[in-house]
Design a protein around this ligand. Structure first.
Ligand SMILES: Cc1cc2nc3c(=O)[nH]c(=O)nc-3n(C[C@H](O)[C@H](O)[C@H](O)COP(=O)(O)O)c2cc1C
Ligand SMILES: CC(C)CC(=O)C(=O)O
Length: 383
């Protein structure tokens, strides 16, 4: 079924060969000209690493503690919708692979397996006695009762954090989907978390309401309706990062939605130093968008992210080999990260400092606000 996969790109190639091209477009595609989609990966390629020598160790620790929960690697599974499009077991298969690897999975509100069932699958696959780290992503809904009901479902399932996606006042224009006429899930699949929350149109993609009228007041209301840590996904402007801290948000997932919302926004990696400076160690920042290599993880962490997320690679791996595919993907990235740490003279994530990263020709770490040696990542409030 599946040959040897040496890189993330091998999973993509194999997945493309077996999936319906319409679904390939849904996964690979972005908004409009897909400029940001390409920019995310290109930003990592542009940055250089400047390793230290003669200071490594045989044992390299890549564990990370986030909101009191421990993960075996600083690579999260960012929320992606509709896993059943690529594998009959959908998010349950993904969750088993993530739990077995000790990786945090962020379940999408638009999952095709209900979050309670995803959690049960994760529990069954986790190391005995270990609670699998599962977070839940949601879009605020105009009816606050629906938002709250979703929060309760996530809490009851045992999710340990909520990720509120705030970059979608309207749905980004995926022109590939428009050309392909891909607007609905195929028969037999639906957004299971929304079942029985709203009448009519069950399973329809547009069942998730998006609204440009959400404000910080809604974030405040959500903050008050749960004790779970709340992260915002999709804050890009440093002023909004400061507002997030002021509104009691517990963390940021610095994301441009993989280039699927507003096209031509900067790659997330380029924004990282500014956002790290804006939150000044008060809350942790996870970054996603374009992570394809262990060295990409090293660059993001060196510049102040506490962890990173992967989106498309998970979909490709799930399509390629189901649960086993995702397991192999996570192992491969863990292996690349471990090797990159060794080659950088790092024995753990704490050794990844901004001075290890350079912009060609600059002669110093990128970003006007990052000073070599400064460690804004491990400030207060984390862990
Ligand atoms: C197929 C697909 C579905 C996605 N679904 C969601 C979603 O339901 N909610 C969300 O907040 N982000 C969603 N995203 C965005 C991802 O969470 C993530 O930000 C992005 O994929 C990261 O970039 P990468 O694909 O380059 O790793 C989706 C992305 C893809 C590719
Ligand atoms: C709109 C969601 C259902 C999925 C999503 O966020 C995406 O496809 O990027």
């Amino acid at each position: 079924m599946s040959g040897v996969r040496f890189t993330v790109y091998d999973f993509e190639e194999a997945a493309r060969a077996r999936l319906d091209p319409v679904h390939v477009d849904f996964i690979a595609g972005g908004a409009r000209d897909e400029i940001t989609v390409r920019a995310n990966e290109a930003a990592f390629a542009r940055l250089q690493l400047l390793p230290r020598v003669l200071r490594g160790s045989f044992e390299r620790d890549v564990c990370v503690t986030l909101f009191g929960g421990r993960a075996s690697l600083p690579i999260l599974l960012s929320p992606t919708a509709f896993h059943k499009l690529v594998d009959p077991e959908g998010e349950a298969a993904t969750a088993r692979a993530a739990a077995a690897a000790g990786a945090i999975m962020i379940v999408s509100m638009a999952s095709t397996v209900a979050v309670g069932e995803v959690a049960a699958a994760a529990r069954a696959a986790a190391e005995p006695g270990q609670a699998p780290p599962l977070w839940f992503q949601l879009y605020l809904q105009p009816d606050p009762g629906i938002t709250e009901a979703l929060v309760r479902r996530a809490e009851e399932a045992g999710c340990t954090a909520l990720v509120v996606t705030v970059d979608s006042p309207v749905l980004g224009a995926g022109e590939r989907n428009r050309r392909n006429g891909f607007h609905d899930l195929p028969p037999g699949m639906r957004c299971e978390n929304l079942v029985d929350l709203r009448d009519g149109e069950r399973g329809h993609i547009r069942q998730i309401a998006m609204s440009p009228e959400f404000s910080w007041e809604h974030v405040g209301r959500l903050r008050r309706c749960t004790d779970l840590p709340v992260l915002l996904k999709g804050v890009l402007h440093p002023e909004d990062a400061r507002l997030a801290v002021r509104h009691g948000v517990d963390g940021l997932l610095l994301s441009n939605h993989g280039g699927r919302q507003l096209d031509t926004v900067p790659p997330t990696l380029e924004l990282l130093p500014e956002l790290v400076a804006a939150v000044a160690g008060r809350i942790p920042i996870v970054l996603d968008g374009g992570i394809r290599r262990g060295t990409d993880v090293v660059k993001a962490l060196a510049l102040g992210a506490i962890a990173v997320g992967i989106g498309r690679p998970v979909m490709w791996a799930l399509a390629e080999g189901g649960e086993k595919g995702v397991r192999r993907l996570l192992h491969l990235l863990w292996d690349e990260l471990d090797e990159a740490l060794a080659l950088c003279g790092a024995s753990g994530l704490a050794d990844l400092t901004p001075d290890l990263v350079r912009v060609p020709g600059w002669g110093s770490a990128p970003g006007p606000t990052v000073t070599p040696g400064a460690d804004t990542r491990r400030g207060g409030g984390i862990g």
